[in-house]
Each structure stands twice: as C-alpha cells, then as structure tokens.
Design a protein around this ligand. Structure first.
Ligand code: NDP
Length: 490
C-alpha cells in the first residue's frame, strides 16, 4: 500500500521544504491506540519524574533552537529572529508547566465546613488520557506548545496534528521529545490535511481536543467532538483593538501599535487590527505612526503571507476599507504576493468587513473617538473577544478600561505582553473561542478534578443520609443551619 504524501513549501520562494505522509484515519487510530498505552505509563510516573523529563525536553528544544528556528523560517517564511522569539517563549512555557504541575494539580485537603465537620475532603486533578492538539501555522511552535506542554505536564499523552503548512516543525517537536522520553510515544505527531485532524477529533479515545485556528473550523471540530461528548478548548483568533487614551506616551504607543499590527505580517491571533485613538491626541499619534510605518519593509521586518488563500481575504478587506475610508499608508496595490505592504486606513465604517472580520494581514483601521469610553464601547462591539491593548499613563484608569474590555487578555502600555507571562491564562470569549491554555487554568484544562470525601467518624444523633433518620435529627439540623446561615445582613 502506498502512503500519499504532501509537500510543505517555503511561502517566500515556493521551494519544497519537506514531504510528509497524509496520515489516514487508520493511521490516526493506530497513533491514538499507542498514545493510550503511553498515557497510562506517563501518568503512572511520579510527578517529580515527569517534571524532570519535561525540563529535559525544554533543554533539548533550547539546544536545537537555531535548527528549529530555521525550519520555522522556511515553513512559514517569517524572519529567523521572529522564529527564535517564538521558540524562546515556548521554552518558558514548557518550563513553567513542568515546574507548576504538581503544585497546581496535586492532591490537597479542602475545608469541609461545619455541616461536614466529621469528613475529610481532598481534591486533585487527574490526567484525561489522550489529548489531541490541532495546531495552526502562524506560530507553529509557540501556539501548539501552549497546549502540548500543559497537557503533558498534567500527565496526558498527546497526539499532535500540525497545520498542513508547517508539518515539518510538528514532526521535529515530537522527535525532540523522544530524546527526553524514549520509552513510549507520549508525544506523537500525525501529519496530513484537514481530514487527518478530523480523524483525530472523531476518535472516541481522545479525551480532549485543543484546537487553534478559524472559528468556522472550530465549529466543525466541535460538531465532530459532539458525537463522543469530547470536550474542546477552542482558540479561534480575533479582531483585537488598540486604544490610545489622551494621556498616553504617543511614541511608545505608535511603536507598539505598529509592531502589534505588522509583525509576522499580521498573522497573529492577538495581533492589532483595530485602532481607536481619542480625539485630543489623534493628530500627533498619527504623525508618529506614519513616521514609523515608512521604515517598515516586508521581506525584512516581516515575512510573506504563509497561507496563499489568505491573500484574497486581505485584498478584499483592503478594497472594502479603501472604498469608504481614507488611506494613510498602502492601498489597493499593497498586496504583492506573497508579500503585503503595511496598510493603514482611517475612518472605515464600523460595520464594514474590514472592521468586523479577522484580516490576518499587516493592515489596520484607525478611528478617532471622543474619549476612551467611546473607544472601549467600539472595541467591545465585536463578535470576537480575544485580547486588546490600552495605552495610558494613568495606571488606575488603564486598569479600569482593561477590566471592562470584553476579552480574555489585555496588555497595558505594551502589546501582547501577557503571552510571555506563563502564569497568565490565554484564551478568548465569543467567536474567539473558550477554554484556556497557559498558567494554572491551562494545566487544569487538561485534567479532571477528582473530589473525595471520607467520613472520619459518625456524628452522634446526626445520621442524615439514612432511612433511619428521625424528626429530632432533622430538628437539630434546622437549628444548626439557622444558627449558621439564618441571619440576614442588612
Ligand atoms: P483552519 O481553522 O482551517 O485550520 C487550523 C487547523 O485545523 C489546521 O491544523 C488544519 O489542518 C486543521 N483542520 C482543518 N479542517 C479540519 C477539520 N475538519 N477537522 C479537524 N481539523 C481541521 O485555519 P486555516 O489554516 O485554514 O486559516 C484560516 C483562517 O483561520 C486564517 O485566515 C485566520 O483568520 C484564522 N487562523 C487563526 C489562527 C489563530 O491563531 N487563532 C491560526 C490560524 C488561522 P490543515 O492545515 O491541514 O487544513
């Protein structure tokens, strides 16, 4: 039997980077079968041993950083420096997950309260078994590692399906893991197109799917998972807003805005796509932005558009923005496949596709608002709710605005800084998905809480869970609960 293969291409040059098998449903099933056995072995290791293996994996990835960054560069087209940055971030997450798993998930006693005073109660978080990770191409190390490292640290085995655009990186991540854990295939990579991912989602032995990609595909994955009641974590991108308040450091804001929008050619789920600037500082902010954008060059500061079909979306959004808005930089001829020049358009109506839909390109729309409150309302009027940014010198006011932003994450006076703090959970609301990777929440996402209550002694005259319970016992209970909970607070 011949196995069909597909090529991964360098989007900048069209050169073939590697050829990989299109794994069939049968092959995925076999991988999940092996993963089930590996999961049992991995879960039975002492937490300290899992931690040691994961820290070793971290070291192996770090030792192979240059080679891995070059592969990321060739498969995505992004500058090697950006690839290094995403791998460094991924390494910090492996480290955090390894070091915190036992503390976050390990068994602990919890208070039983007065009514349960004769009980001892413990809570711990046990592994799920096999976790399926379906990853994207834009950050092929950092993004899937946000699920993989936390799922492994929680004691699960992982079957990883990387995007068809970055299969080589996915294969390498599993090969490197096998250097630290050679005994069993605790992390496996299956390659292929959408069907390979679909086969993974449909396998009832997969106990959770961690998906990153488009909202539309997340719905298809969720439908497949519904058959087996398999839970999913969905990280589906966004339309993140950047708010510049009247007291912001405008140079720093323009600098951060530009990088947040244009780095990685805008192919960042938490990239800046909409900018709201309060009237009082609109002109000086735009001057700073214009000055800086003139120095940004595609092919040097950021790479090509990795997924060719995305060029059509970007062109459609630029055409739409230009139709009714005022072009500041770039314009309809900005798309020079596979590269896209930076595009900044002002005064695009809020109900247009360029403002509502995810563009995933080096483009932003900018709008003047009367104040930060209006900026916040516009920022929140999106079906997405992944992340956002606020620039203001007033720390209290910035904090208030950040809390009111309807997103999973907000950065203040910096962009995307939350992604580099492993203790912070990462994920969105609305069309941006649900569930969290990273941090303690990210560890718990890949575990099932196990609650145990043990009776230490029988409470005399209070045998409530028995058919022998009498009226006097009930009376004592009513008196106790009235004493504990019956006083109104006015
Ligand atoms: P998709 O959502 O289609 O793909 C994401 C992942 O899901 C890939 O690994 C893909 O595999 C896999 N997949 C595709 N179909 C299925 C299926 N039926 N069942 C299971 N897995 C499946 O995203 P695209 O790569 O096509 O990008 C489309 C848009 O999604 C982008 O333009 C962007 O707006 C958004 N996006 C958001 C990302 C984020 O960070 N949140 C990341 C990437 C994209 P394969 O690649 O083999 O098709």
């Amino acid at each position: 039997m011949t196995t069909l293969t597909f090529d991964s291409l360098n989007p900048a040059t069209g050169e073939v980077v590697g050829s990989h098998p299109k794994h069939s449903q049968d092959t995925v099933r076999q991988a999940v079968g092996r993963a089930e056995e590996a999961a049992a072995w991995w879960a039975a290791l002492a937490p300290a041993e899992r931690r040691r293996r994961l820290l070793d994996y971290k070291a192996v990835v770090t030792q192979n950083l240059r080679e891995l960054a070059d592969l990321v560069h060739r498969e995505t087209g992004k500058p090697t420096g950006d690839a290094v940055l995403e791998i460094v971030l991924a390494v910090t997450h492996i480290d955090w997950a390894a070091r915190h798993a036992e503390k976050v998930l390990g068994r602990r006693r919890v208070s039983t309260g007065m009514i349960g005073m004769n009980l001892a109660a413990t809570l711990e978080y046990l592994p799920l078994g096999v976790v399926g990770v379906i990853g994207p191409w834009n950050y092929p190390v950092f993004t899937p590692m946000g699920s993989i490292a936390y799922a492994l640290a929680a004691g699960n085995a992982v079957v990883f399906k990387p995007s068809e655009l970055t299969p080589g990186v996915g294969v390498r991540l599993a090969e490197l893991f096998a250097e630290s854990v050679p005994e069993h295939p605790v992390l496996q990579t299956v390659t292929g197109l959408g069907e390979t991912g679909a086969a993974l989602a449909a396998d009832p032995r997969v106990k959770k799917i961690a998906f990153t990609g488009s909202t539309a595909t997340a719905k298809r994955v969720m439908a497949a998972c519904a058959e087996n009641l398999t839970p999913i974590v969905a990280e589906c991108g966004g339309k993140d807003a950047f708010i510049v308040d009247a007291d912001a450091d405008l140079k720093a804001a323009a600098d951060a805005c530009l990088w947040g929008a244009m780095s990685n050619a805008g192919q960042t789920c938490v990239g800046v796509e909409r900018v709201y600037v309060v009237d009082a500082v609109y002109e000086p902010f735009m001057r700073e932005l214009k000055e800086r954008v003139a120095t940004v060059r595609p092919g040097e500061h950021y790479g090509p558009i990795t997924m060719p079909a995305q060029l059509d979306v970007i062109q459609r959004h630029i055409d739409d923005a230009v139709k009714s808005g005022n072009v500041v930089t770039g314009g309809q001829d900005a798309v020079k496949a596979p590269y896209v020049d930076p595009v900044i358009v002002e005064d695009v109506p809020e109900d247009s596709p360029a403002v509502r839909e995810e563009t995933f390109g080096p483009t932003i729309t900018v709008r003047r608002t009367t104040d930060a409150q209006e900026a916040l309302e516009l920022a929140n009027a999106s079906a997405y709710g992944l992340a956002g940014t606020i620039f203001s010198r007033n720390a209290r006011r910035a904090m208030e605005l950040a809390r009111l932003m309807r997103t999973g994450m907000t950065a203040i006076n910096s962009v995307i800084s939350f992604a580099g703090v492993p203790a912070l959970p990462f994920g969105g609301v609305g069309d941006s998905g649900f569930g969290r990777i990273h941090g303690a929440d990210g560890l718990r996402e890949f575990a099932r809480p196990k609650a145990i209550s043990r009776q230490r002694f029988a409470l005399p005259g209070m045998n409530l869970t028995s058919f022998s319970r009498g009226a006097d016992e009930l009376e004592r209970l009513i008196r106790l609960v009235t004493f504990l909970h019956g006083r109104r607070k006015r």
